[in-house]
Design a protein. Sequence first.
Length: 438
Amino acid sequence: MSAYSETVEAILSIPKFTKEKHDFGVLRSYLAALGHPETGIRVIHVAGTNGKGSVCRMIAGMLQKAGRKVGGFFSPHLVRMNERIRVNGAEIPDGELTECYRLLTEVAKEQNLPQLTFFEVLFVMALLHFHREGVQDAVLETGLGGRLDATTSIPADICIITQIGMDHEEYLGDTPEQVASEKAGIITGDSPVVLHTGDPDRITDRVILERAGQFHSKNIINCGDAEVLSKEVSPLGIDFSFRNDYDRYNHVFLPTTALYQVENAITAISALPLLLPDMGKEGLRDLVLESLAEFRWEGRLEEVRPGLYVDGAHNPSAAAWLAESLVLLSEREEYTRRILIFGASGDKNIREVLRELGRIPWDIVILTRYQGSRAASLDELKEIAGEELADHTTVASAESLAEALAMNENEKNTDLTLVTGSLYLVGELKELLSLRQV
């Protein structure tokens, strides 16, 4: 076994989900022992229920286009652990990942430091890699919540909070206000705050704004005040225009048919004047248009081969956004059949997710499991699907994703097939495609 494989195996053996978090003092002890790799790096911290990964990716791409050296910390990974840690879009090399882990374990042993959790280990490794690569900006995607997340252990230069929805209730609370409070926990100082919660009643906005007020945030931008002027969807992508308090952006093009990316793009664009204050409005507009025209983010209504789409929607609000995009997609194209391949984690609100996806007139729904202990059982999925999906929909099941795909081979690519319900399922499909097994 290679040193890289041994490193990945060692990291994967560390617990991923724990209800009790370390005090940030433990993480800071590691950072101190490693010479404070976070020093001198501007930190852009992004939290939220949906869209935070896309917003991170968009901001990183725009800053890179502006000539900055940008580190990105994302979660989860789809196929390889290296996807989580990137510099200027490039994944951390195998040898570098191995070396960063070696340095971390070395200081832990030398100073008898407590064992970090899975996410904490990767976060410290990311900061090490950023330091070694001379990164100027670090764009950090919160793992879970915000208040107690490892990414909050270092001060942020700008805090961004995306759409708020119900997910991880066992950790974050069972009301939107409680979830918003946990997300707002990334605000720990007077740095600027950008929010776009997607809440029409502004209840979650008030929670976040109250937190920002307590810390006397220097600047607050609420993207809920932005006005979308036009939105046109074509097979090539989305062309939209909007205006906010700072400027007007005409004909911004996103090479995706996922409508929810418009809201994410508005959030990223609204943060840009704070990140590049010396660039004039015209320069920012040009930067936005060039950068977003190149935007790519795997697993977000991504067409991985003709007619086969994947999306990581795993909570009701994300499923609602996905369904809206699928309605337009299915209306625009002539498909013989509409096929849903669905698998989810057992701790998710599967009923509400399937209820949202049920807005699409699926011809066939195939229920399946990803390969992992958290996956919901087929029996549970069958029971819920039987209650939530239309009577005219044919429901089948498959023990594996490979089996589900094989059940509906379509050489002419005249079907619309969507694989969704979990990013773990999306990652499994990616791996199957890379191995040429499907």
